[in-house]
Design a protein around this ligand. Structure first.
Ligand code: GTP
Length: 768
């Protein structure tokens, strides 16, 4: 391999400069916090004595991996997970997604998932893998917890919660379609929680498979340095195995369902030139991000297998690089080398950077790093709830300390003490009872009341972990049971809401209808179907309505007095300040804020929380179309009170009225959700598809034609997307596919705003 000195010098400079601010490393593991801190007061921080890892901890953690499998819809996550479970001996046979054997893949255990052939809920399992250590070629035993997540953006919360608690991930891509819209979404989610990833280019058996183009897209679209660590042997139908570029071996799958891995030092002559070229590329990419590899370059030395392995591991864990594996899950080819890669390159729980907040200290205090030592004080996070035959099942990730059956744990938010009556490890929908579980592990417990995202401790610390990011619903519909309403109707809705923070239910004050809201039509459809199947409640639904929002476009100063004298005690409150537009914080998602700058006690401190509450009350319903008001800062500057007539209630009412009265002057507008839509179809239908999108007022963002297929990405208002699937089917002879995900809210057109305002006015009681 030859490398020019200027290139090597550039590498050295680049990796020195990026050693902290890596392309992915700009986020912190606790980035999803919902609170924005403002000019934090300086606090004396107590010295925290960090628990230490023992030798046993290190040995146990060294063989532990917690990984997720994430990707765009239909990339083959479930098919791949099924192989992983088979090769690790966790299941005795392979069943396919939508398989003809009517069994279905292990991880898609819901009846609805098996019927639709999609993953709706994430499923957790664990397995043991005797992996090959690249540098020594020896076998080592690893314990892997795996979470298979849905690809549909409608079920995105499942991906959020999985990534929140995982240490590493396999990003699956299709060898033909490459980086797709939801690949970008899961990539963003992985960044949010600082999850290192290896990439697996699946479907290498498909005609038109081109992994090199996909790797280019990973670099350009996902902006992560990436390089292949495998090269395929054979193409499409003839795919036989891969060349392992790190160990320089040919690896073939033989025997029943590819379960026998045969290795050879002889690289097939027809693959040799490509393998050499791609190995050089791998080293070059690593030199760009890893200092040690770069220095080897400067010295023009060939790295050893151990050096190469260490550089891939270091840079993957540092979120600077993604090693790319290739294979075909369906053809049982090259899944085992990828599993070796999971063990070799993804972090163990002690290498993941995890922190908690000490709630006994001010919010501005530095977070406390957690140490996965077995005898440290317990800190665990409930990341998913599920109703089961035996009551509420709570999935937990133990970060520090150990969790034992029969022990008492403390709910960090409520301080409530609860006993752990039953502890299990999950294998999809099956459970295995266990007595205790150590740090870095994933388990589930029964009989504990909590919400998803709650922290549990052993009571000796006040640690609390930040929760996950919960996106706002974009669509809603009215729902009504057919016939008489039974208790099962509200029981089902309560359960779904508890389990899924993106599914919301409310009763509309004016129409008295029950409204369900969620992330998309499919999301709501699945819950309506589950009501029928699991609760025997058949429902009728209204027309889906997009989740409009309202926002201000102008700052308004105000002074408002609330005064009421009705016989007995009066009500008096006066406030002044301003409301103004506020931009969404890209990291926290926060776009409303209350700020108090009142000086000299003109409003006593005990009334300030009531004013803040009043502000949030007012945001619940804007005057234009009754939607939530977003993008608004409220600054309270001054006010006055009356010793007898002022009360918390008076200040709360005063704030709501002040907001409502000044709202119109802030020139509010109605916003609608805009979706990023991606359509893939055979090239001959390109003009039909583009015509269809333009007719729906879509803006084409990108389009790409490859071989005989094309992809087009466009921004389209969700309101204009109803009925698109049947239109696409019609215009592409059923051969087109599309996916969409929420991108942003944007002002509606003025005539549409007028219609919405008019319709809202009609639903409101007329003032006499
Ligand atoms: N040709 C080919 N097809 C594959 C391969 N892996 C999976 N498939 C097929 O792709 C389709 C989707 O596979 P799944 O495993 O359900 O994909 P998924 O990513 O889990 O899907 P969602 O969870 O619904 O997003 C199925 O029809 C599989 O049989 C592969 O390696 N090659």
């Amino acid at each position: 391999m030859s490398l020019s000195i200027p290139f090597a010098q550039r590498c050295l400079a680049a990796c020195r400069n990026t050693s902290r601010a890596t392309p992915l490393g700009l986020f912190t593991r606790h980035a999803a916090t919902a609170t924005v801190l403002k000019t934090p007061p300086r606090v004396e921080e107590p010295q925290v004595i960090q628990p230490q890892l023992t030798k046993e901890d290190r040995t146990r953690l060294g063989r532990q991996r917690n990984i997720g499998v994430s990707a765009h819809i239909d990339s083959g996550k479930t098919t791949l997970t099924e192989r992983i479970l088979y090769y690790t001996g966790r299941i005795r046979d392979i069943h396919e997604v939508r398989g003809r054997d009517a069994v279905g893949a292990k991880m898609d255990h819901m009846e609805l998932e098996r019927e639709k052939g999609i993953t709706i809920q994430s499923a957790a399992t664990f397995c043991d893998w005797h992996g090959t250590v690249p540098s020594t070629g020896e076998k080592k035993s690893y314990a892997i917890n795996i979470i298979d997540t849905p690809g549909h953006v409608d079920f995105t919360i499942e991906v959020e919660r999985a990534l929140r608690v995982l240490d590493g991930a396999i990003l699956v891509l299709c060898a033909v379609a490459g980086v797709q819209s939801q690949t970008t979404t899961v990539d963003r989610q992985m960044r949010r929680y600082n999850v290192p990833r290896i990439s697996f280019i699946n479907k290498m058996d498909r005609p038109g498979a081109n992994p090199w183009r996909v790797i280019q897209q990973i670099r350009s679209k996902l902006k992560i340095p990436a390089a292949a660590v495998n090269v395929p042997i054979g193409t499409e139908d003839e795919l036989k195995g891969v060349v392992d570029l790190v160990r320089w071996k040919a690896v073939y799958n033989e025997g029943e369902k590819g379960s026998t891995v045969v290795e050879s030092d002889e690289i097939p002559a027809d693959v040799l030139p490509l393998a050499k070229e791609k190995r050089t590329e791998l080293i070059e990419q690593l030199a760009d991000v890893d200092e040690e590899m770069c220095e080897l370059f400067l010295e023009e030395k060939e790295p050893t297998v151990a050096q190469l392995e260490a550089a891939i591991r270091r840079s993957t864990i540092a979120l600077k690089f993604s090693p790319v594996f290739l294979g075909s899950a369906i053809k049982n080819t090259a899944v085992q080398p990828m599993l070796d890669g999971v063990c070799a390159y993804l972090p163990n729980p002690s290498e993941a950077d995890v922190v908690a907040h000490d709630t006994s200290l001010p919010m501005s205090a530095s977070p406390v790093p957690l140490t996965p030592a077995a005898d440290a004080p317990l800190v665990s996070l409930a990341f998913k709830l599920e109703e089961s035959r035996f009551g509420q099942l709570t999935y937990m990730r133990v970060y520090q300390g150990s969790l034992r059956k029969g022990a008492y744990i403390f709910h960090a938010r409520t301080g409530k003490k609860v006993k752990v009556p039953r502890l299990v490890r999950m294998h999809s929908n099956e459970m295995e009872d266990i007595d205790s579980i150590g740090p870095g592990e994933i388990c589930a417990i029964f009989g504990v009341e909590c919400a998803s995202g709650d922290t549990f401790t052993d009571g000796s610390t006040s640690y609390s972990m930040t929760s996950m990011f919960v996106p706002e619903p974009v669509i809603s519909l009215a729902i009504k049971p057919v016939g008489q309403e039974t208790p099962n109707f509200s029981r089902a809705l309560n359960r779904f809401q508890r389990e899924d923070p993106t599914f919301k239910v409310h009763v509309d004050a004016e129409s008295k209808e029950t409204i369900i809201s969620g992330m998309g039509e499919l999301h709501l459809e699945v819950y309506v179907e589950r009501m029928k199947r699991e609760y025997n409640v058949e429902c009728t639904t209204g027309r889906p309505r997009v989740a409009y929002r309202e926002t201000l476009t102008q700052k308004v100063e105000f002074t408002y007095t609330h005064k009421k004298q009705t016989g007995g005690a009066g009500q008096f409150a006066r406030i002044s300040g301003f409301i103004e537009p506020m931009e969404r914080d890209p990291e926290t998602g926060k776009d409303v804020e209350f700020e108090n700058v009142v000086m000299s006690g003109n409003i006593p401190n005990n009334y300030i929380p009531a004013i803040e509450k009043g502000f949030y009350d007012a945001l619940e319903k804007g005057n234009l179309c009754g939607s939530t008001v977003t993008g608004c800062r409220f600054v309270l500057k001054d006010g006055s009170y009356h010793v007898v007539d002022s009360s918390e209630l008076a200040f709360r009412i005063c704030t709501v009225s002040a907001f409502r009265e000044n709202y119109a002057a802030a020139r509010p507008v109605i916003l609608e959700p805009i979706m990023s839509v991606e359509v893939i179809a055979p090239a001959e239908f390109q003009s039909n598809v583009i015509g269809g999108i333009t007719a729906r007022r879509g803006t084409i963002i990108d389009s790409e034609v490859r071989d005989d297929e094309f992809t087009v990405t466009a921004d389209v208002a969700l309101n204009d997307m109803f009925g698109y699937s049947s239109q696409l089917r019609g215009s592409t002879q059923g051969k087109g596919e599309f996916s969409m995900e929420y991108k942003m809210h944007q002002p509606v057109l003025p005539n549409h705003q007028k219609e919405l305002e008019e319709a809202y006015r009609k639903t409101r009681p007329q003032k006499k």
